[in-house]
Design a binder for this molecule. Structure first.
Ligand SMILES: NC(=O)c1ccc[n+]([C@@H]2O[C@H](COP(=O)([O-])OP(=O)(O)OC[C@H]3O[C@@H](n4cnc5c(N)ncnc54)[C@H](O)[C@@H]3O)[C@@H](O)[C@H]2O)c1
Length: 259
């Protein structure tokens, strides 16, 4: 049987790299796309499967380069079965201090990148009967929070783009879903979450901890496989219960400790 092929953007580290590894573990071949050549080279060396992987140095906000990269992956491997739009950036600033340039760059990477990558990938997937797109949104696109005007808005829009893709691309045999991570212990989270923020998150999450990259990869892979053959147009939160919870968790935990 011919091994399936996935393209994962932002796979030089973090959730994207964990996802690339998980695809390989399930017998897929993987194109790893990232803007950072150093991260990409380190990831390739660490994986150590040159015959099953392809590095693509590319900025997802650069339309022509992105289209060429998607095409290169398909030409190299002979097919494309899954696209994971994972590359993302976070600018965490108050509304009044967010510059037009920061707003535009966040939208270009987090929203326009997935739009363009899917536009390039869909016809290629259709040639072999279809495939799957998974967009990585965020719990910040579901619930508003402080300092997330650009980031949260881009992710909320990406959630809607997912539904739009699901509706229109079903005719090509392509399913489109989103995974909305809660806080995950990655380099991105370490860079923007202070000790106080980490404590606040723990307080707000029923499972009382950050997620692991592998816990995200598990759901992303599931959505790309035939195991999810009747799921499309969904945004699945992988967030320890963060979205489900209202107020009162720390009080409830304290009460349980005193039982
Ligand atoms: N870590 C979290 O807590 C968390 C929470 C919610 C959502 N997310 C989302 O999950 C995704 C992955 O996050 P992560 O924590 O693994 O991030 P990360 O910063 O650890 O990794 C992101 C990767 O994307 C690459 N990248 C950034 N801009 C790019 C561009 N323009 N073109 C190509 N590659 C680019 C980076 O070089 C990096 O390798 C992002 O979309 C992020 O918004 C993360």
């Amino acid at each position: 049987m011919i091994a399936k092929v996935a393209l994962v953007t932002g796979s030089g580290r973090g959730i994207g790299l964990a996802t690339a590894r998980r695809f390989l573990a399930e017998g897929w071949r993987v194109a790893l796309l990232d803007i950072d050549g150093g991260l990409l080279a380190a990831a390739m060396a660490d994986i150590g499967e040159p015959d099953l992987t392809l590095p693509l140095l590319c900025d997802v906000a650069d339309g022509p380069a992105l289209r060429a990269a998607v095409q290169r992956a398909a030409t190299h491997f002979g097919r494309l079965d899954a696209l994971v739009n994972n590359a993302g950036i976070a600018v965490f600033k108050p509304i009044l201090e967010t510059t037009p340039e920061e707003w535009a760059r966040t939208m270009a990477v987090n929203l326009t990148g997935p739009f363009l990558a899917t536009q390039a990938a869909a016809p290629i997937m259709a040639e072999t009967g279809g495939g799957a797109v998974v967009n990585i949104t965020s719990i910040s696109g579901v619930r508003a929070s402080t300092l997330r005007v650009a980031y949260g808005t881009s992710k909320a829009a990406l959630a809607h783009l997912t539904k739009q893709q699901a509706v229109e691309l079903a005719a090509l045999g392509i399913r489109a879903n989103a995974v909305a991570p809660g806080p995950v212990d990655t380099a991105m989270a370490k860079a923007v979450h202070t000790t106080e923020i980490r404590r606040d998150y723990h307080d707000a999450i029923p499972l009382n901890r950050y997620g692991l990259e592998e816990e995200l990869a598990e759901v992303i892979i599931f959505l790309c496989t035939e195991r999810a053959s009747y799921i499309t147009g969904q945004v699945i939160a992988v967030d320890g219960g963060f979205e489900a919870a209202g107020i009162g968790l720390p009080t409830l935990r304290a009460a349980r400790r005193n039982l």
